[in-house]
Design a protein around this ligand. Structure first.
Ligand code: NAP
Length: 260
């Protein structure tokens, strides 16, 4: 299927690795020029070169912390202040115990997983509306639908973003801009390895055993791949997604058990 987005420009945040990279690769495969971003310049530049060589699109790497105002200013400058497609992403907050988190912990989590995404939408969506076309995908988490106790900072910040998008997406849809959230369940990225490692230490089991136990809770029987995630993201960014507005699309191999 031709997604109809060849020649468009996308900002994909936090995309040198993992799910962000999956999204960047899938968009590049459709002929979308990219600005990609991560904090570590070396990994980011390698990823940019690999994606550009593989797909023949322009890929501009911007090494910056997307959760800071300075970092966002750098990526917006590289875009010349406008993009057709925005994929919001950042690292997730650390796990912990609900009684331990203080105001600073919550502010950091809100900056990382709610306010930075909102700031980028505020910067880029008005231009999309003026041009009559745009797509935004926010990478959130399955934890928005099915909370994970030790990830309370993530549950809180991402739920805040979800609430914002629920209202805002319906305000911008009349101008041809579709804003949606993609909710990853377990995917095979560095983040999954670190969660497997945490479980293996906490329970005194091997990393393989920890992974097997976590996979046992997924009806599909495996972790998702960044490629699976990227394909869904690219579809939401496509011409064919114009009637998908304000949705929370769960990619979890069936782990969340529900009729609707
Ligand atoms: P990952 O494999 O660890 O990759 C994270 C990417 O984001 C890297 O490119 C990293 O590069 C970049 N990054 C992190 N913090 C950044 C920042 N402040 N500014 C700019 N770039 C930043 O993680 P992932 O598994 O793809 O996860 C992506 C998001 O989905 C996270 O928020 C995670 O919590 C969430 N999620 C993941 C899963 C899963 O199973 N993988 C499930 C649910 C939710 P640098 O470190 O060089 O900056």
């Amino acid at each position: 299927m031709d997604l109809g987005i060849r020649g468009k420009t996308a900002l994909v945040c936090a995309s040198s690795k993992g799910l962000g990279r999956g999204c960047a690769e899938a968009l590049a495969a459709e002929g979308v020029d990219l600005v990609i971003n991560a904090r570590t310049a070396e990994t980011l530049e390698r990823t940019a070169t690999e994606i550009a060589d593989r797909h023949g699109v322009t890929v501009t790497p911007v090494a910056a912390d997307i959760t800071t105002e300075d970092g966002r200013a750098k990526v917006l400058e590289a875009l010349g202040g406008q993009a057709d497609i925005l994929v919001n992403n950042a690292g997730g907050p650390p796990p912990g115990v609900w009684t331990d988190w203080n105001r600073d912990d919550f502010i950091r989590a809100l900056d990382g997983n709610m306010l930075s995404a909102i700031a980028l939408m505020q910067a880029l969506v008005p231009g999309m509306m003026d041009r009559g076309w745009g797509r935004v995908v926010n990478i959130t988490s399955a934890a928005v639908r099915s909370p994970i106790g030790q990830l309370g900072l993530s549950n809180s910040a991402r739920s805040g973003l979800t609430g914002f998008v629920a209202g805002m997406s319906r305000q911008v849809a009349p101008k041809g801009v579709c804003v949606n959230n993609l909710l990853p369940g377990l995917h095979a990225t560095d983040r999954a390895v670190s969660l497997d490692t945490g479980m293996s230490k906490a329970e005194g089991i091997s990393i393989d055993e920890a992974r097997a136990r976590r996979q046992a809770g997924i009806p599909a029987g495996v972790y998702g791949l960044p490629e699976d995630f990227g394909a869904a993201c690219a579809f939401l960014c496509s011409q064919h997604a114009r009637f998908i507005v304000g949705q929370n699309v769960l990619l979890d191999g069936g782990a969340w058990n529900s009729s609707i």
